[in-house]
Design a protein around this ligand. Structure first.
Ligand code: SF4
Ligand code: SF4
Length: 282
């Protein structure tokens, strides 16, 4: 069984369009939406939720009877979550430093529901996805949980692939989504910031020893920048899995709630199919 993660240096590069297309092209697979801060794969896959679970995070709570109001916890909280010897659960990131330094042992870390995760059925197969609460952190932990469940289902059902729609950026959730995967497909776009974002995310994948492939989305919007991306990839030994042209049918497919490869047999679909073949081959 092979795990493929689709990532990008930032949001809005077309990552989910490609993940959803892979979902309809791959046989015997489980999908995992690990973009838990802005999950949207479900908009294209129309899941029917079969199982729903709470995702528990931790927040600090002060026992006012024990607290001597020494102020030590307030000094050490980097997230300014404590004022007047009271903890604001929304600002608290659950790091536990305040509980560690409190001389009175007056701070307890308690469990708090910070999101939900789901196992669903779609017409393409099982989907594990999640929703993190507003202003909640710990998304790296939630990503790991979603991947772990997807792997379990893939093993039980004898699947060939786990297709992961990864989070954008280079933070903790991206690192969690890269862990243990066989290949990362980085979706890039031909803008100056896109090139910079690609360099950063490719650096993270390389650091964690994950083989990367690059797909340039809307490559024909700026041929010069696309050329720069290709040169960057060449000089870093990263293979280009394909170049996808701009086409308004992609938006039309999204409005209809379909993956582009299902919606049309045009040039974008043909190129995405080629990218999938390349990823499969690798
Ligand atoms: S460190 Fe402990 S005793 Fe001091 S103010 Fe905070 S909770 Fe109260
Ligand atoms: S657990 Fe961390 S973030 Fe929360 S109040 Fe304590 S020090 Fe601040």
């Amino acid at each position: 069984m092979k795990q493929i993660v689709v990532i990008s240096g930032k949001g809005g590069t077309g990552k989910t369009v490609i993940s959803a297309s892979f979902a309809s092209l791959a046989e015997k697979k489980v999908m995992a939406d690990c973009d838990v801060d802005a999950a949207d794969l479900h908009l294209l896959l129309h899941p029917t939720v079969k199982e729903e679970y709470d995702f528990l995070g931790k927040v600090a709570r002060i026992d006012q009877e024990r607290c001597t109001q020494c102020g030590r916890c307030q000094e050490v909280c980097r997230f300014e979550a404590i004022s007047d010897f009271t903890i604001d659960p929304v600002s608290c990131e659950g790091c536990g430093v305040c509980a560690y330094v409190c001389p009175q042992k007056a701070i307890e870390m308690v469990e708090d529901v910070s999101g939900k995760w789901f196992v669903s059925e779609t017409k393409y197969g099982p989907l594990v996805h999640a929703k993190l609460g507003i202003a909640e952190e710990n998304s790296g932990k939630l990503v790991s949980l979603v991947k772990q469940k997807a792997r379990q289902i893939a093993e039980e059902e004898g699947c060939e692939f786990i297709i992961i729609d990864g989070p954008p950026g280079i933070g903790c959730p991206v690192i969690a989504s890269l862990s243990g995967v066989d290949v990362a497909l980085i979706v890039s776009e031909p803008t100056l910031s896109g090139i910079h974002d690609l360099e950063r995310v490719a650096g993270v994948a390389h650091h964690f020893g994950v083989r990367s492939l690059v797909c340039i989305n809307k490559y024909d919007l700026n041929m010069e920048n696309s050329q720069q991306i290709e040169e960057f990839c060449q000089s870093h030994g990263i293979e280009i899995a394909g170049k996808i042209p701009f086409d308004s049918t992609v938006t039309e497919a999204m409005v209809c709630g379909k993956s582009i490869v299902e919606y049309s047999d045009g040039k974008v679909s043909r190129r995405i199919k080629e990218v999938w073949e390349k990823v499969k081959e690798v």
